[in-house]
Every structure is written in structure tokens, then in C-alpha cells.
Design a binder for this molecule. Structure first.
Ligand code: AMP
Length: 395
């Protein structure tokens, strides 16, 4: 796996695919600069090495050229975070941009305009990728958030740098973290899968049954498993058409010697509302008119014991409806357990979909080993897929 540490950037120009797809408020101010901060180590390393950087990214989902999606809006944030003046191009391809790029001196940065102002970016157009390739000597992919897309700047452009392509620090870290869980993780390995639906996690479950020793299944997914086993789940969320599959998963897990841990009790509510009446009930005896919206106390204690036994932990998906305070406690307690296990030496990776939002909301970011920056890319990695953006560098 080639990274920026394998290249000497002195007097070389790096063409870096970053993920600067940051949220903006109505005054075009960046409201969460995590993605810019995450790209900083790669950019600084190349500049300190005597190179220059051409940064390319998309922002939002523009339809053609739309000023509201211009990367100009984020220039001052990039300058503040990187601490270097940033030159700005009006486009991402063309003569003018090529001229600007070739006039860059070592230590300088050029930010290209939104790649998705051209439909060719998402289409993975080869001619467009070739034009991009003219802007640098070494292609660096540091955008994990788009690594699952076979777009021109994330995948196709790599073809034009057969020898001179590598991963940036961020993407390398993401790959290493996933490998630490799925390939080289110290045993016992635990995956915690929560969230709403079995259907959206099924491929992940099937893939990780070969990799883990323990699997905690929580959140809304619980009830499909419980009903399939003959329990009464009241009005809890359930995918009836996935019940057969749930039983099949339990059988497969047994055959593979994977211990599955489901909630044994839940905090049930008489409405899907933060102010609903609540009661703790056995997960197999939820009365009609009530729905399980969070893990109950016995479940939380069981999950804590499992987490504390494990040396490698993957966490994807909340254990309850964490957006409502009344039903957030199961997710918070699980986060506390994982933080404690991490302090004791376990490796913990959080990622995919809503998990990162939950981890940030409850302040666990710095208490776990690694928080992934890519929602969809992380989910696809956990499904066992090779992401096109990663494959393009490895080829
Ligand atoms: P996912 O994107 O699949 O990880 O699902 C996350 C969503 O699952 C969050 O919005 C949670 O509110 C929701 N969720 C978790 N537990 C439950 C539950 N018991 N009932 C309904 N929704 C749930």
C-alpha cells in the first residue's frame, strides 16, 4: 500500500482528491470543518517536503454551475485551518487552470472549483479525468468519504499516474482501521450493530460473521429477530419479510461459533415521542400499543460485560432512538463501555451511517480509537466490498 510517505515531493506537484464536502449555513459559513481538518496532515506533509498542492473536491449536489455550491465559500476556512494562503481557480479543468497550476511554487496551494460543476465527474469520464491529471505530478487520494464512488477524480484519474499514485494520511488511516477490525484484530473481536433496519445491515452481518467472535444486535433491528423467534414485540418496528433471514443469521452464527447478543429487556413507550409514557419490559413480552425504543437495564449490563471482554470493537448504529433524550441512554451507556474498554487497551472503530453523529453528539470522539470520516464508504467496506477509489491506487 503506497502512501505519501513513500514519495519525495520536493519540487513535485501533488494533485490531491480531498473531501471538502462540508456543511454550510445560509451565509455560506462552514458549520463543521472536520473534513478540512482531517485533510490537513497530508497537505502539510507535502508542503513541508518541498512540494505544492492542487486540491480538488466536490461540494454538495449542484446541477451544473451553481454559485451556492462554489468552493470559494470555504477558502477562508481552508486558509485558517491549513495556515497557508490558498489560490483559487475558477474551474477545475482547462487552459487557465493548467496555467495557474503550472505557476505554483513549492509550498503553495491551489484549490480547484467544484468538480461536480461538470457532469463528467460523476460519470467517471476518462477525457475529463485526463484533463484533471495534467494538474499534478503525483496523484494522492485522501477522500475516504467518496472512495466508494467510481468518479473521475476518485478513481479514473489514477490511471494517468501508473507509478505516481498513493493514499493520503487520512485514507491510509481509514484502511488500516478497517483492517485492524476485519483482518488483523486481536481477539476476541466484537461488532455492535444497531440502527433501524435489518435490511440495510444484512450484507454487513453476513460479511462480519466470518470475522467476529461476538455480535451485539441492538436498536430497531432487534424486533425482527425477537418476533422471528416467537416473541411478542407489540408495536415495535419490524420487517416481517426479513424474519426468515433473521433466523438464518442466528443459525449461521451458531455454525460459525459467533455469539449473538440481543437485548433481553427494552425501554418501551406508548408513542414514538420523547414525552411518551415509558416502562421497562421483557423484550419478548412487549404489550400491544407499546414499542421498544431503547435497550433496558439488563441488556445494558449484559452489553457492558461483553464489551469489556473484547480487544477489538466495531460499532455501527445506535442502540435506540438516540435523537430523543428519553431513548438515548442505551447508546450513551454503550459509548461509555466502549470508551472504558478502549482505555484498557482495546482497539475501537466507530463508523458508518448515523453512528458518527451519535458519537459526536455524546462526546465520545476522543474516547474511541478511531472515528471513520466516511458514512457510505465505511458501510461498503464493512460489507466486504473493495472500494473503487482504493482499488485504483492498489492496481
Ligand atoms: P441506521 O441509519 O440504520 O444506523 O439507523 C439509525 C436510526 O435507527 C436512528 O435514527 C434511530 O433513531 C433508529 N432506531 C434505533 N433504534 C430504534 C428503535 N428501537 N425503533 C425505531 N428506530 C430506531
Amino acid at each position: 500500500m503506497k502512501t505519501i510517505n513513500d514519495f519525495n515531493f520536493k519540487d513535485k506537484q501533488a494533485l490531491i482528491r480531498v473531501d471538502f464536502n462540508v456543511p454550510l449555513d445560509k451565509n455560506f459559513q462552514v458549520t463543521d470543518a472536520t473534513r478540512i481538518q482531517s485533510a490537513k496532515p497530508t497537505i502539510i506533509k507535502i508542503l513541508e517536503n518541498g512540494g505544492s498542492c492542487v486540491l480538488m473536491s466536490h461540494l454538495g449536489r449542484p446541477k451544473g454551475i451553481q454559485d451556492e455550491f462554489s468552493l470559494r465559500h470555504i477558502v477562508s476556512s481552508v486558509e485558517d485551518i491549513i495556515g497557508v494562503e490558498v489560490k483559487v481557480a475558477n474551474d477545475c479543468i482547462g487552459d487557465e487552470v493548467e496555467e495557474l497550476a503550472s505557476s505554483l511554487e513549492p509550498g503553495e496551494i491551489l484549490l480547484l472549483e467544484n468538480l461536480r460543476f461538470h457532469d463528467e465527474e460523476k460519470a467517471g469520464d476518462k477525457a475529463f479525468a485526463e484533463k484533471l491529471s495534467k494538474l499534478g505530478d503525483i496523484y494522492v487520494n485522501d477522500a475516504f468519504g467518496t472512495a466508494h464512488r467510481a468518479h473521475a477524480s476518485t478513481t479514473v484519474v489514477a490511471e494517468f499516474f501508473p507509478e505516481n499514485k498513493c493514499f493520503g494520511n487520512l485514507l491510509a488511516q481509514e484502511i488500516e482501521s478497517i483492517d485492524k477490525v476485519l483482518k488483523t484484530g486481536e481477539k476476541p473481536v466484537l461488532a455492535v450493530l444497531g440502527g433501524a433496519k435489518v435490511s440495510s445491515k444484512i450484507t454487513i452481518i453476513e460479511n462480519i460473521l466470518d470475522k467476529v467472535d461476538h455480535l451485539i444486535i441492538g436498536g430497531g433491528m432487534t424486533f425482527t429477530f425477537i418476533k422471528a423467534q416467537g416473541g411478542s414485540i407489540g408495536d415495535s418496528i419490524c420487517e416481517d419479510d426479513k424474519m426468515k433471514l433473521a433466523l438464518e443469521i442466528l443459525k449461521q452464527a451458531e455454525a460459525k461459533n459467533v455469539k449473538i447478543h440481543l437485548p433481553v429487556d427494552v425501554l418501551a413507550a406508548n408513542a414514538f415521542s420523547n414525552d411518551a409514557e415509558t416502562q421497562v419490559v421483557d423484550v419478548t413480552m412487549i404489550p400491544d400499543g407499546w414499542q421498544g425504543l431503547d435497550a433496558g437495564p439488563k441488556s445494558k449490563a449484559n452489553f457492558h460485560d461483553v464489551v469489556m471482554q473484547c480487544k477489538t470493537i466495531l460499532w455501527n448504529g445506535p442502540l435506540g432512538v438516540f435523537e430523543m433524550e428519553t431513548f438515548a441512554k442505551g447508546t450513551i451507556e454503550l459509548g461509555n463501555s466502549i470508551a472504558e474498554a478502549t482505555k484498557n487497551g482495546a482497539f475501537s472503530l466507530v463508523g458508518g451511517g448515523d453512528s458518527v453523529a451519535a458519537v459526536k453528539q455524546f462526546g465520545f470522539e476522543n474516547k474511541v480509537s478511531y472515528v471513520s470520516t466516511g458514512g457510505g464508504a465505511m458501510l461498503e467496506s464493512l460489507e466486504g466490498k473493495t472500494l473503487p477509489g482504493i482499488a485504483a491506487i492498489l492496481e
